[in-house]
Design a protein around this ligand. Structure first.
Ligand SMILES: Cc1cc2nc3c(=O)[nH]c(=O)nc-3n(C[C@H](O)[C@H](O)[C@H](O)COP(=O)(O)OP(=O)(O)OC[C@H]3O[C@@H](n4cnc5c(N)ncnc54)[C@H](O)[C@@H]3O)c2cc1C
Length: 446
């Protein structure tokens, strides 16, 4: 096993490199984590990123979880550019003029070593990539990988948009995100269908620390998240979010691409609809929109995953469809899959075996972990809720109207109110429909 000299970003010269033990495509969370672990294990690793800098092309809400990230870099949060530790998570169910709220706040989440942090990827990814370069990985930015390189039908590297840009590697890790070009080029999956992805738009809104802490009822250096279901997505499957950074808010809203197409709703219109909701609007007042971006999220869970390995190649993170949006998880799956991929690359190099059989160990590690268990569950959830707009339209309205009736003090006896509520509910949804939806939702979520 050869060990590469450390090279910094500016010294990295793609044309001068010959071959690497591993070529990683994409310096997002998965690609950088794999590069860091591989370099630390003594393998020569090249990471190729199309953005000018790591983080410039990446979109995340973005809540980053301490423990999974610690599996890559113990104690990372002490040095990393994090925004706020999250102490409170709220869920809103909204109709056009009302909101039902749930949530959890814990003082424990406000203490070291914390549970999760809000981050801005443009800052975090750059810092993270610096750790990989520091460990010995070669990072080349501003370079698009265009295809896999084949010799006698075997994958032996990648071709890039650069002159003399062919790079050889015993293993290629595709960490190029959702709708991975590299997996498609390697014949692992076709174009994703619109029901397999959500399209999310995100804005960063500048706001003073004091205003954020005041509005979200936070102490200094505490953060909160709000997930908004119901009218926020105009009846489409998806949700909106508001996360607090140090001196900005990350807000976003997204829905299944197939729903957006079917309803002919422009994502910008959806964002404006979300921002103008009375409960959302008052939180954003006085803020100044700084950045606007859009991105896809893999939606299908285990059922939509492409094969994640073949001879000479592994697929990690969003590129492998590893995403569990209902629990706002994706970063952790990207990082853990990168850890498993790095482990398998090290084992493959020790044996000098880069066959599909050897690399299938990566699939086994995914199968044995929480990842596939959760993603199988998510497939069930996602397929149940697709095409059932009543959960985001009719039921929130029924619930809000019932609460209005119950909480309006108008000299009507409470029992009469309960009977009135029941009559109202049954006039809008038949008992058998309610029972069918309740049982289905319970099954889909457990
Ligand atoms: C709006 C939104 C909000 C989200 N919120 C959260 C959240 O709060 N918490 C959470 O855990 N997850 C969240 N996720 C999911 C999370 O962002 C992803 O799961 C995670 O970023 C996946 O990491 P990755 O490294 O696999 O892919 P990415 O971070 O997408 O990285 C892929 C990288 O590959 C590069 N690349 C692509 N093609 C090429 C090419 N051909 N050549 C060279 N480079 C290439 C890209 O430029 C990019 O840097 C969110 C996602 C979105 C879209």
């Amino acid at each position: 096993m050869k060990r590469l000299k450390r090279r910094t970003l500016s010294e990295a010269n793609l044309a001068a490199t010959d071959r690497f033990d591993v070529v990683v495509v994409g310096a997002g969370l998965a690609g950088t984590a794999a590069s860091y672990l591989l370099a630390k294990a003594g393998l020569s690793v090249l990471c190729v990123e199309r953005g000018e800098d790591p983080g410039t092309k990446n979109v995340m809400g973005g809540i980053l979880y301490r423990q999974p990230t610690e599996k890559i870099l113990p104690g990372w949060w002490k040095d990393a550019p994090v925004e706020r530790p999250i102490v409170e998570e709220r869920i809103w169910l909204v109709t056009p003029d009302s909101m039902v709220q749930g949530g959890f706040r814990s003082a424990r989440y406000g203490e070291e070593p914390y549970n999760a942090f809000s981050v801005l990827r443009v800052k975090f990814d750059k810092w993270f990539a610096d750790q990989a370069v520091g460990a010995g990985a070669v990072l080349v930015t501003d370079t698009v990988v265009e295809d896999v390189l084949r010799e006698n039908g075997r994958i032996v590297g990648v071709t890039t948009g650069r002159e003399q840009g062919d790079v050889h590697g015993d293993i290629v890790i595709a960490a190029d995100g959702v709708n991975s070009l590299l997996s498609k080029k390697a014949g692992l999956h076709p174009e994703l269908a619109p029901h397999q992805v959500a399209l999310v738009t995100k804005e960063i809104i500048n706001m003073s620390r004091e205003k954020i802490e005041d509005r979200f009822l936070l102490n200094a250096n505490e953060g909160a998240t709000i997930e908004v279901f119901g009218d926020s997505t105009m009846g489409m499957l998806g949700y909106g979010f508001i996360y607090t950074n140090r001196d900005s808010l990350s807000i976003g809203v997204g829905a299944l691409l197939s729903d957006l197409i079917k309803k002919k709703i422009n994502p910008n219109v959806l964002m404006e609809h979300f921002k103008s909701h009375p409960m959302v609007k008052r939180l954003l007042e006085g803020g100044e929109a700084k950045e606007y971006m859009a991105h896809l999220i893999p939606e299908g869970g285990a059922a939509s995953m492409p094969p994640v390995y073949r001879q000479g190649m592994l697929v990690v993170g969003d590129a492998a469809g590893l995403s569990n949006p209902i629990y706002r998880e994706g970063s952790n799956l990207a990082l853990m899959s990168a850890k498993f991929a790095a482990q398998v690359c090290v084992e493959a190099h020790e044996r000098g075996d880069f066959s599909a059989e050897m690399l299938s160990r990566y699939q086994t590690l995914l199968d044995e972990s929480f990842i596939m268990d959760d993603l199988r569950g998510y497939s069930k959830t996602s397929s149940f809720f697709q095409g059932k707009p009543q959960f985001l339209e009719r039921y929130p309205e029924i619930l809000v109207d019932a609460l209005h009736e119950f909480l309006t003090v108008d000299n009507v006896p409470k029992r009469a109110k309960q009977r009135r509520i029941l009559r109202q509910v049954l006039s809008r949804r038949a008992p058998w429909e309610l029972a069918r939806d309740a049982v289905g939702a319970l099954r889909a979520l457990t």
